[in-house]
Design a protein around this ligand. Structure first.
Ligand SMILES: [Zn+2]
Length: 184
């Protein structure tokens, strides 16, 4: 998760939502990693998980990442959960929950449906606070303007981490209100 967090931080530096992912091979070696590159590349599918899985498949020389583990800082969305199933990864490990778009626990579970013929194991909540803090800090730093102008998805990511009143002195009243309204 440390390396996934490094990728997340890098993504934040180039202006993408700080989410990072790595893929660990069956020997426990990190073979690929990526940060979110949606803004960087203008590609709507350039989520950290998809990029990391693609790079891991290049390393493995096959799309079948049997025995591999996908580690990501934020609960995967439906697309990335689907990609993990398609790649046949053995396990998904994630940090913070994404109550607005998460698709392996929060909103849906698209990876452990009994009708699927491949179902990765899922472990969540690893370094969750640290993963969520990156996101809150990122949205804190870009949100001096009107938060209502945030893209919906960005606003939803900011709700991760269960911020509490007064926990972050830099959070303005407006943002706190907005966060509050986004909490489940
Ligand atoms: Zn995704």
């Amino acid at each position: 998760m440390d390396q996934a967090l490094d990728h997340a931080r890098r993504a934040g530096r180039w202006g993408d939502v700080p989410i990072g992912a790595v893929v660990v091979n069956p020997s426990g070696i990190v073979v690929a990693g990526a940060g979110n590159e949606r803004e960087l590349t203008g590609d709507p599918t350039a989520h950290a998980e998809v990029l990391a899985l693609r790079r891991a498949a290049e390393v493995a020389g096959t799309w079948r990442l049997i025995g591999h583990t996908l580690v990501v800082t934020l609960e995967p969305c439906a697309m990335c959960g689907g990609a993990a199933v398609a790649a046949r990864v053995d396990r998904i490990v994630y940090g913070a929950l994404d109550p607005k778009a998460g698709a392996v626990a929060s909103l849906f579970d698209v990876v452990r449906d009994p009708r699927l013929n491949h179902r990765p194991k899922v472990t969540g909540g690893i370094r969750a606070e640290q993963c969520a803090r990156l996101l809150s800090e990122f949205f804190g730093s870009i949100s001096d303007g009107d938060v209502s102008e945030w893209p919906m998805e960005l606003a939803s990511k900011a709700s991760v981490g269960q911020p509490t009143e007064g926990s972050n002195p830099s959070v303005t009243a407006t943002k706190t209100e907005s966060r509050g309204s986004l909490l489940p």
